[in-house]
Design a protein around this ligand. Structure first.
Ligand code: SF4
Length: 507
């Protein structure tokens, strides 16, 4: 196909430098629809329904896809987007220890609107497609190229035996970085499933498991799959691949699993592929006593394990978990919020550890795979908020006055200012074991240590007093003077400008 003839519509009403996270959603969406992306946006709207807020409130969603690509061996990842977005994404990926290069195809207004950008991407992909180095090349369209309709779907599916996977991950279509992981992992599973249907595929490097396997869905602490393996061993089951995978051929092993455990509940596109491959999918996770009890039953039943063996697995693990939970319970009121998608299983574990948990907010949506967790938490009196906005998370901290606020950066910042001990969900909670015996022990330790820090917060508050509050923050030789007249004048100017703009729009 002569790609030079591909029409790429200009996004005339979106100034490039303003087409960022804060650009009006409607303009971006209608531009993308008009430019040929209507179908994919419709798919995303079904897979990732939006919530009370329609703009990402956390990091750029594309980071989720980028991370999945960067963590895979023999996979090159190329970004197509505004330089400022790419700067932020590469910075974040290296902050999280990517230790891999991120490819970038730059553009300007001219290359974007004339279709040259797509030509440049095609050239970059051809240059990179070295089968000695790579199994796959991933190209990610960020907001502006998606809104402009850069047609990655027209790239060849494979060059020199290297698989080419182009995806659109705009902030106006994929609400969180968690769901963006699903966009890429789902696209890879789809590709791998097609390969399986076309003929024999290579076995995993460590060979095929002799026992029926459980595929794990969701990024988790490296010790968790090992903990889960111990839990299911009495049922005659083994742990298979974890999706997102670390190498291409693990995708085949994932599709080969007897059952899929949706440990993280937001992998809608991946579940679609597993279901198309005829695999049953089980939600929730083996956390705490009740969580592990129910999860083992559902996993065992889904693959026809006898009740006797399921009970044997339960007997082996539940007493040990119960012992850890009872040894040193958590004492204190907690609020919990995050955008990783694993918030509800952490919440369950906290409740089982004895915490007085009042609120759990997740930036991810309700799905069939977290329904049981939500119902269980509500039955324990916990307020569950899906697609929680930052404002709702902050309100929860204000309303429940917890002894510990677990949350995202701005929630933790607010809590610290309010003299409340707090923990970052992403770095300090979701990056530790949660499953089985190890999970219970580890969570209790970190939470109790944080709650025990209240006296330090009190000392700091006494020492600093009200220094650092609002307009009076900083060190001053004289007391700062208020100038309300300046603000009034600025407001007047802004209102005047807005009126002029509206009049122009109407005229
Ligand atoms: S790609 Fe990410 S950082 Fe860039 S405008 Fe979109 S949401 Fe914002």
């Amino acid at each position: 196909m002569d790609t030079k003839t591909i029409p790429i519509k200009a996004v005339s009403d979106i100034p490039l430098e303003g087409a960022a996270c804060h650009a009006p959603q409607e303009s971006m969406i209608s531009a993308a629809q008009a430019a040929g992306k209507a179908e994919i946006l419709k798919r995303y709207a079904l897979d990732y329904p939006k919530g009370p807020h329609d703009q990402p409130q956390s990091m750029c969603p594309a980071f989720g896809s980028l991370r999945v690509g960067l963590r895979m061996s023999r996979t090159a990842t190329i970004l197509s987007g505004s330089a400022c977005c790419v700067y932020g994404l590469t910075f974040t990926s290296h902050f999280y220890g990517a230790r891999r290069s991120v490819g970038y195809v730059p553009f300007n207004s001219e290359t974007l609107v004339t279709g040259k950008l797509f030509e440049d991407i095609r050239e970059a992909v051809h240059q990179q497609a070295d089968p000695e180095k790579y199994d796959a090349i991933v190209i990610i369209n960020l907001c502006v190229p998606t809104a402009s309709g850069v047609p990655l779907q027209l790239l060849p599916k494979e060059i020199n035996g290297v698989r080419i996977i182009g995806i659109d991950v705009p902030g106006f279509g994929v609400p969180t970085h968690a769901e963006a992981k699903d966009v890429l992992a789902g696209a890879m599973l789809k590709y791998a499933r097609q390969e399986v249907m076309n003929g024999p595929v290579p076995a995993p490097k460590r060979g095929r498991q002799a026992l029926p396997t459980v595929t794990l869905l969701g990024e988790m602490f490296p010790a968790d799959p090992m903990g889960i393996a111990q839990l299911i061993e009495p049922m005659g089951l083994a742990v298979g691949s974890t999706v997102p995978t670390r190498e291409w051929r693990e995708l085949y092993a994932a599709l080969d699993g007897s059952v899929v455990a949706a440990i993280h509940p937001f992998y809608t596109a991946c579940v679609r592929e597993f279901e198309a491959a005829g695999r049953p999918v089980v939600g929730s996770a083996p956390v705490g006593v009740e969580g592990t009890h129910d999860w083992l039953q559902h996993i065992g039943q889904s693959v026809g394990v006898s009740q006797e063996k399921i009970d044997a697995a339960r007997n082996k693990s539940l007493a040990a978990i119960r012992g850890v939970l009872a040894a040193k319970p958590i004492k204190g009121r907690i609020t919990l919020s995050g955008y990783e998608g694993s918030e509800l299983i952490v919440a369950r574990l906290l409740v089982e550890c004895g915490a007085d948990l009042r609120y759990v907010g997740s930036a991810c949506p309700a799905t069939p795979w977290n329904t049981n967790d939500a119902e269980w938490l509500k039955s324990k009196g916990v307020q569950v908020q899906f697609r929680a906005s930052l404002e709702q998370d902050l309100e929860a901290v204000k309303a429940y006055e917890p002894n510990l606020a677990i949350g995202t950066t701005p929630v933790v910042q607010y809590a610290k200012e309010a003299c409340i001990p707090s923990l970052y969900f992403t770095n300090l909670i979701s990056a530790r074991p949660l499953m089985g015996v190890a999970g219970a022990g580890s969570l209790i330790q970190v939470v109790n240590a944080a709650i025990g820090n209240q006296h330090r917060f009190n000392q700091m508050k006494d020492f600093f007093g009200a220094v650092g509050r609002g307009d009076a923050s900083g060190v001053w030789s004289d007391k700062p003077k208020e100038h309300p007249e300046f603000r009034a004048e600025n407001r007047r100017q802004m209102e005047k400008k807005n009126k002029q703009r509206k009049a122009q729009e109407m005229g």
